[in-house]
Design a protein around this ligand. Structure first.
Ligand SMILES: [Zn+2]
Length: 280
């Protein structure tokens, strides 16, 4: 159950599918490309995987309890005491036990229960700052090098977008621009706003909840360009005729995406709703 929970944000088959399509368009510019039957399999697999990964695994806990003849209720406090939910399995515990720094072990799943994620703000800040710093080399350094029939070219992310635009694939250009520029910038802004909200309360709870959901859902789409570069450089290996190689910019860009995802994960959503309760 822990592995299931931890791996959930990193499953990105939809992004992979999109990256395959973008790579096909990119390659079809100078090669004769025919989509194989595997593409059809991936197209069918993507929505199925999305259904599986988005399924609420919390339903499995009662099954586990039933099959093992267990009933976990000991941790429940008499109503209406303050309760704290376990991050992993959602089981409620007495807030008094989880507050004040010392974490308690969840009675059901054994993971640590905190009233608030420890050092949530500091971690989020650190990840965000690191992501912002790396975003500069990610955009300035080239992400891919290509040599085809003697002509060499290196391109940064934005130059790649421009290339698609000029070659007439404006839809792909918009797609890559959205995934590589608009999405990361939106994430930077949203996380910064949520952090700022801790010092200077802004916006409604509903607004903040929507912002958190947005950050969670758009995060990994930025991986698109990383996957496209990986696919294209793996496929164009024709020695004398032409090669494509990844360049350092894409490593920085991948790191930015991972760091913004970590920043969003470290942010304790409970901070956005109840600032006055518990440690913040
Ligand atoms: Zn638990």
């Amino acid at each position: 159950m822990r592995v299931l929970r931890a791996s959930k944000p990193w499953g990105m088959i939809e992004v992979c599918l999109l990256a395959i399509l973008v790579a096909l368009v990119k390659l079809s510019g100078f090669l004769h490309v025919v989509a194989g039957i595997g593409i059809a399999a991936i197209v069918a697999l993507a929505p199925l995987m999305a259904v599986i990964t988005n399924r609420n695994a919390g339903d499995l806990w009662p099954l586990y309890e039933a099959n093992n003849d267990l009933r976990f209720q000991a941790a429940l406090a008499p109503w209406p005491a303050h309760l704290v939910a376990c991050d992993l399995c959602g089981m409620a515990h007495q807030a008094a036990a989880a507050e004040g720094g010392a974490a308690i072990a969840c009675a059901r799943c054994g993971s640590e229960v905190h009233a608030r994620k420890p050092d949530s703000i500091m971690r989020t800040r650190a990840f965000l700052l690191a992501a912002l710093v790396l975003y500069i080399p990610a955009n300035v350094l080239p992400v891919m090098y290509t040599r085809l029939l003697g002509s060499e070219a290196q391109s940064t992310i934005l130059e790649g977008v421009e290339e698609f635009w000029r070659s007439g694939s404006w839809d792909i250009a918009v797609l890559i621009f959205t995934a590589s520029v608009a999405v990361p910038c939106t994430k930077f802004l949203a996380i910064a706003l949520l952090l700022l909200d801790q010092k200077f309360p802004i916006g409604s709870r509903v607004g903040k909840t929507r912002l958190l959901k947005l950050v969670e859902h758009i995060g990994y789409w930025s991986m698109l360009d990383v996957l496209v570069v990986a696919l294209v450089t793996a496929l164009i290996q024709f020695r004398a005729l032409g090669i494509a190689e990844p360049r350092s910019g894409i490593v920085f860009f991948g790191a930015v995406v991972v760091l913004t995802m970590l920043a969003a994960m470290s942010f304790d959503s409970r901070l956005a709703w109840k600032r006055q309760v518990g440690r913040g």
